[in-house]
Design a protein around this ligand. Structure first.
Ligand code: ADP
Length: 473
């Protein structure tokens, strides 16, 4: 698989070379030949016309002798390296630069037909079977008194034109070879910039597929390849992280289930074998009951979290008064607060404040925040719940003046099972799941939750909800 891309590229390169060669050998070759032939024909035609209008015309007007004309044309024919003929319309050769003058013998070109050029000034072929090789023959009529008296015909062998065409073609071939070799640079670039990084990426994906998510590799380019490699690397480390989280999660769950189960088992066994006398059973069954309650709470929290984590949480959004929900949640904690002399102070914007959200879930958010606030507050202190409006949103703050959260723990408290060291001793019942559920609920609403806290001074949790503008006063 790795090899094929390279092979394909080399194959493409060779095909490119082959096509280049074929194009030069066919199109370029025939175009060059055609160009040279026309060029030669044009220049010979100019010569022929000149001869027709001067020497030949003079000859027909008897102003000069055949010998004199031949002498001139012989010299010219050497210069042009072509044969110059004067021929009558009937095909009789009046004079040719190839043969000495012979007035005693008539030389006639059989089948001579000046219309053979078919509108052009030249023709190629063996000139009515006169020549044994292919010639380029150019015609120019000799006219005196508006009558065609004969023709000046100049012949030059096509082999000469072909020879110059071939020498020109050789230049094309050499250019092609140079170009082909230069394009090797593209191959080198391809190898360095595409093939090598791609091999590294493929090797990395193989490692990842084999489960080695910690495999590290580097592609040092700032193009798409570099970007792809970086994305892949990030993806792998994300997967590795989520795998680690998963393991941690299972370890935490197991631990949190095992402790109450161990203590339940211990108490039950002690009751069975009489280590705990029957008169104390009532007390220990109470403890067992508490532990089972804790297990139920833990299971429920896990289920809630799992449901929230599943994509597309269905929120039952309605418009409701957040002030009323705050008041009723605060009231529900009165029993817990009284013995510890904790006051809950409300500072709410307006009489009513309609928001659009899932009422049941927001009640749970407030319950979790208030529960924590009370848990981590000192006796004889106050908890303040405040609402404020800004840009179509209501910001709800739950603020206590309790033990606070250490700075390094602040970004971790929303993680599953996270509990600060401070709270471990103080709150043995906590599962460390409350805030993760809270955050998931707020995220499902596309809103935010933040914490501001100072160790020893207190904590403030603030979350936002959209105001129902249609109901707002
Ligand atoms: P738990 O059920 O243990 O309270 P949470 O997820 O609700 O779990 O909270 C996680 C941890 O964050 C707590 O164990 C505690 O250490 C810390 N925390 C939460 N709220 C507060 C608060 N108001 N004051 C101090 N610490 C807090």
């Amino acid at each position: 698989m790795k090899k094929t891309l390279y092979l394909k590229f080399i194959l493409g390169y060779l095909i490119f070379g082959l096509f280049g060669f074929l194009v030069v050998a066919t199109f370029v070759s025939s175009m060059t030949l055609e160009h040279l032939r026309r060029d030669k024909a044009d220049s010979l035609y100019r010569e022929a016309t000149l001869i027709a209008n001067t020497y030949a015309a003079d000859l027909y007007n008897s102003e000069t002798s055949l010998e004199a004309v031949k002498e001139q044309l012989d010299a010219l024919s050497v210069y042009l390296s072509a044969q110059i003929w004067i021929i009558n319309p009937s095909g009789r050769i009046v004079m040719t630069t190839e043969m000495p003058l012979d007035v005693t013998h008539e030389t006639v070109v059989e089948g001579f037909d000046p219309t053979v050029t078919a509108g052009s000034v030249y023709t190629t072929g063996n000139f009515f079977n006169w020549f044994s090789e292919e010639m380029l023959s150019v015609f120019s009529p000799i006219t005196t008194n508006f009558k065609v008296r004969g023709y000046v015909v100049i012949h030059t062998p096509m082999s000469q034109i072909r020879a110059s065409s071939e020498s020109l073609l050789n230049i094309s071939y050499i250019t092609l070879v140079i170009f082909f070799l230069l394009s090797l640079i593209i191959l080198i670039f391809f190898t360095e910039m595409v093939y090598m990084p791609l091999r590294k990426i493929t090797a990395a994906t193989e490692q990842y597929a084999a489960g080695n998510m910690h495999y590290e590799f580097q592609v040092d380019s700032e193009d798409e390849m570099g970007y792809l490699a970086a994305s892949l690397s990030v993806m792998a480390s994300e997967i590795a992280r989520s795998e680690d989280n998963q393991k941690k999660f299972i370890a935490n769950v197991s631990h949190d289930f095992r402790s109450p189960l161990t203590s339940i088992k211990g108490y039950l066994e002690a009751m069975q074998d009489g280590t705990i006398p029957p008169e104390l059973h009532g007390k220990y069954l109470g403890i067992v009951h508490n532990e089972t309650e804790r297990l139920i709470k833990l299971t429920n929290s896990l289920l809630t979290l799992n449901n929230l984590n599943m994509k597309g949480v269905v929120l039952e959004k309605t418009s409701f008064d957040i002030n009323e929900v705050i008041r009723s949640t605060a009231a529900a904690f009165e029993g817990t607060c009284r013995p510890r002399r904790i006051r809950i102070e409300l500072e709410l914007t307006g009489e009513t404040l309609p928001v659009i959200a899932d009422k049941g879930k927001i009640e749970q958010v407030l319950y979790n925040l208030l529960d924590n606030a009370i848990k981590f507050s000192y006796n004889d202190s106050a908890i303040r719940i405040e609402t404020s409006e800004k840009h179509g949103k209501v910001f709800i703050s739950v603020k206590d003046s309790g033990i606070g959260i250490p700075k390094e723990s602040q970004k971790l408290i929303f993680d599953r099972f996270y509990k600060t060291d401070l709270s471990r001793g103080k709150d043995k019942k906590g599962t460390g799941l409350g805030l993760s559920i809270t955050r998931e609920i707020i995220r499902a609403h596309n809103e935010n939750i933040n914490v501001i806290s100072t160790e020893g001074a207190g904590s403030e949790f603030i979350f936002s909800l959209p105001i129902d503008e249609t109901q707002a006063e």
